[in-house]
Every structure is written in structure tokens, then in C-alpha cells.
Design a protein around this ligand. Structure first.
Ligand code: ZN
Length: 476
């Protein structure tokens, strides 16, 4: 039985979907104005792991991930998401492009990055700019129910009207009053109200007509509009990074629940901050690494995937080049083992030993059921490898067992999502050379066998002789 830590209740809860067998999931997607950094990647990887595991245990998942291409302002971390400049417009000015060009470029980059990380594509990526009418409809509904007010063409949500404000982040109005001061907007009734609609200055590049002004939507209203549009009023799981919780998702809850009169989200699941060499990520520290930075140092997207899965999503993970190096070695180790298995499976080796793969599978399931404990699940894989390699070296792993382990691995890897090079990646030419070498060895022509081995190595592959015959793999 899967249990997930719910940020709303601050406890692990048994996961139950609204509709049997089906799960509706929403993930706060990227603001498409710059390159994703690895902190963003980690949050999308969490959403991917939840989805993969739900599918592994038999659920049909529908995942929506929005594209924020309007309304996300630069000062979102110091205010209520309604001050500063629009991030899209600022990027457009910086790069001398239109906001539309900026949005499509970084949206494409985001999708490409997800693909390289083998993050399964969401069922839909709704764009905020294509859902302004839905946002206006919700704002109108909030007016009717007395939660919204307008001044000078700007529309705000009155947080004092929503009793539950603060239930996700702990930032209740009581707590906020004694906390940090925020910049007050002259049109607001009280400082913690947040913008639903903002009147656009004349020169503003992105604006729409509305009952209140020619303007643009606030950032938070986007997610309410797109999640209710595609997943209904109540959704099973909403994910994001820890930094999305306040003010963004607190505002999502306020406006959606006041509009629909129903609970917005059953499970809120968040990744904790990622540290880089023990420090917070920031532009000024120059440590906002992208996937390109990772690749430039000779690592792969899969190395990064394994690194992130090696720590629990709710622990404050520390990224360092050393830890990535270790992850690289572990991916290599898994890859080598899978190649060994394939080689053993392709022969007809019998053994009196039995490999109890079901036992490991149970441990894997138990680890994942416990709030997606991927580090523990990975350690089960390493146990299989240690035990399996020992058996292979002793000539005690049968082809039948190798096939069984292979099949279970494929199932478990549907949760990890690693793309491994595998036997299929070994060119026919190399396989032919291996065959020739085997013949030479059978004929005790060791001179020829060594020559062929050297030739194989020249092509970037290594040959490992085991008790049950040679195994070939790419040189690391
Ligand atoms: Zn959102």
C-alpha cells in the first residue's frame, strides 16, 4: 500500500484516489523565460517518479503540467506574486525577441531536457496564454462570491475572507502579521491579498481585454484555471518544489476552493531545496547548473537521474561533482550487470543454485510504498548485483534465472527510468568479432584470440572472461 507524505497534513498518509484505479495529477510547470537548472529538474523528476510508481502498481495516471508564459513576475519571492516585471517580457527585452519567441524557445528547451532525462511526457502541457478566458471566468465567480475586489483596473483576492488561508504553508494571517514585511501595493486592502488581474501599462507587450481593464492575469490564477479545466475541481496529487508552496500554491488553494466550494487537492507532494556544494543555488553564486553544464563535464542525463534518485525527495540533497562521479559509477555498474545477465541468458547454462528474485522484488516494493524511498529501492538493486555477480563468477547463475532477473529488472526500471546501453547497443561487427574469438579459443589458437581481443578494444569495447564464457561491454 503506497503512503505519501502530504504537505497539507504534514504526515504520511495512505494514498487513495478519488476514482478507483485512476489518478489525476498536476505539476506546476516551468516559467519559460530561461534555461531549467538542476533544481527544477529534481522537482520534475519527483513528479515523474510518482507517476511511474503509480503506473507500476496499476493506476491509470493523467498528468497535466502547465507552461507559464505570462504573469509570473520577477519579485515573486518577496511579495505575493504581484510586483516586479513580467519575467517573460524582461527576457524578451534582454534577448531582443518577442515574448512569444522567448516562450516557444524555452518551452522547447524544457521539453527536450525532460526527454533527455527520460521523464515521461505529460498528457498535456497547457499554456497560460491560451487559457485567459477560463481565468477571467474564475475571477468573475470570485467576485460573485465576494472574495475579489477591484481598484484602478487591478483585481485582488481578499485573503481575510478565506478562513483556511495558510493551511498549506503555515503562513496564516496571524503568522504573517508577525513575520516579514512586504511591499504594499497602493490598491490593496491588506498587504497579503494577491493579484488575480493586473492592469497593463500602455507599452506592455502581453495584454488581454477583461471586464476590469486591459491587462494580464496574476501568476497563481493560471494553475487554478488549467487544473480545473483538465482535471476537475478536486485533484488527487499536486506536486511542485518547496519554493512553490508560498505564495503560489497557497494562493491556488484559496482561489480554487473559494470558487468551486470543494477541496482542491488531496495530496500535496514537494521536493525540498537542492544544495550545491552545501550552498543555496543562486544566480549570484554562479551555481545554477543546467543539463548542458553536466554534459560538458562528461556526465550524462542518466548520471544525474541516478544521483537524484539516490537521496529521498524530501531530504535536502546536496549536489557535488564528486557525488555525480559516484552516480556515474553506479550507472555503469548497473549497466555492466544487465549486460552480464543478457549474456548468461543467451546461453544454456544450468545450475543447482536458485536466485530468489521475488524476495528482492518485495523489498523494492516495500521501499517504494514507503513514501517513494528511492535510495532504499536502489540499494535493493545493488544487493541483486552483488549477489548476482558472485553467482556469475562462480558459474552458478543459470540462464533461466538470468532471464527471470532481467525481466524483474525491466519492471523495476520502469520506476527508475534509466536508459541503459544494453546488449542491443553492441554493433553486429563487434558481436561477429566475439564469435571469431570464441572459435579461436576453442581451437586453442591463443595468438589469434588475443589479436581479436585487441581489435575489439580498439573499437571501444572490453571483453571479460567469466566461468560461463566471455561478456562484452562498452569501455567506460
Ligand atoms: Zn502552479
Amino acid at each position: 500500500m503506497l503512503s505519501l507524505y502530504n504537505t497539507l497534513s504534514k504526515s504520511k498518509e495512505e494514498f487513495k484516489p478519488l476514482n478507483p484505479g485512476k489518478v489525476g495529477m498536476y505539476t506546476c510547470g516551468p516559467t519559460v523565460y530561461s534555461y531549467l537548472h538542476i533544481g527544477n529538474i529534481r522537482a520534475y523528476l519527483l513528479s515523474d517518479t510518482i507517476r511511474r510508481y503509480l503506473e507500476y502498481i496499476g493506476y491509470e495516471v493523467r498528468l497535466i503540467k502547465n507552461i507559464t508564459d505570462v504573469g509570473h513576475l520577477t519579485d515573486d519571492d518577496v511579495a505575493q506574486g504581484d510586483s516586479g516585471e513580467d519575467k517573460m517580457i524582461r527576457a524578451a527585452e534582454r534577448e531582443k525577441k518577442t515574448p512569444e519567441e522567448i516562450a516557444r524557445f524555452y518551452e522547447e528547451y524544457f521539453k527536450q531536457t525532460e526527454k533527455e532525462l527520460n521523464i515521461i511526457t505529460a498528457h498535456f502541457f497547457p499554456r497560460a496564454t491560451a487559457h485567459v478566458p477560463q481565468m477571467i471566468k474564475i475571477i468573475e465567480g470570485l467576485f460573485e462570491k465576494g472574495y475579489a475586489y477591484e481598484k484602478n483596473g487591478n483585481v485582488f483576492f481578499d485573503v481575510t475572507k478565506f478562513e483556511d488561508y495558510g493551511k498549506l504553508s503555515g503562513n496564516t494571517l496571524e503568522n504573517l502579521k508577525v513575520g516579514a514585511r512586504i511591499e504594499e501595493h497602493p490598491d490593496k486592502k491588506n498587504p497579503w491579498d494577491f493579484a488575480l488581474w493586473i492592469k497593463a501599462p500602455k507599452e506592455h507587450a502581453m495584454k488581454w481585454e477583461s471586464p476590469w481593464s486591459i491587462g494580464y492575469p496574476g501568476w497563481h490564477i493560471e494553475c487554478s484555471a488549467m487544473s480545473t479545466e483538465y482535471l476537475g475541481n478536486t485533484i488527487d496529487i499536486h506536486t511542485g518544489g518547496e519554493d512553490n508552496i508560498f505564495p503560489h500554491q497557497e494562493a491556488e488553494i484559496a482561489q480554487t476552493e473559494c470558487y468551486t466550494g470543494q477541496k482542491f487537492v488531496n495530496f500535496w507532494v514537494h521536493t525540498r531545496h537542492l544544495l550545491i556544494d552545501g550552498k543555496k543555488m543562486s544566480k549570484s553564486k554562479g551555481n545554477l547548473f543546467t543539463l548542458e553544464d553536466i554534459k560538458e563535464k562528461g556526465f550524462s542525463a542518466m548520471d544525474l537521474r541516478l544521483l537524484f534518485l539516490s537521496s529521498h525527495y524530501r531530504s535536502q540533497t546536496n549536489f557535488s561533482w564528486d557525488s555525480l562521479e559516484q552516480a556515474h559509477k553506479n550507472i555503469q555498474r548497473i549497466n555492466d550487470f544487465i549486460l552480464n545477465l543478457e549474456a548468461i541468458a543467451s546461453r544454456e547454462i544450468e545450475s543447482t543454485e536458485n536466485f530468489n528474485i521475488s524476495l528482492y522484488q518485495e523489498k523494492f516494493d516495500a521501499a517504494m510504498d514507503d513514501d517513494l524511498n528511492t535510495p532504499l529501492a536502489l540499494s535493493v538493486i545493488y544487493e541483486i548485483i552483488t549477489e548476482g555477480n558472485k553467482n556469475i563468477a562462480d558459474g552458478a547463475l543459470s540462464s533461466e534465472d538470468a532471464k527471470k532477473i532481467s525481466a524483474r529488472w525491466k519492471k523495476m526500471n520502469s520506476v527508475f527510468g534509466f536508459i541503459l546501453s544494453g546488449q542491443a547497443e553492441i554493433p553486429q561487427e563487434i558481436k561477429d568479432l566475439m564469435h571469431k574469438r570464441e572459435q579461436a579459443r576453442k581451437n586453442k589458437d591463443f595468438g589469434a584470440s588475443d589479436e581479436i581481443r585487441a581489435l575489439i578494444e580498439k573499437h571501444g569495447f572490453v571483453v571479460e572472461d567469466t566461468a560461463n564464457g566471455p561478456i562484452i561491454k562498452p569501455a567506460s
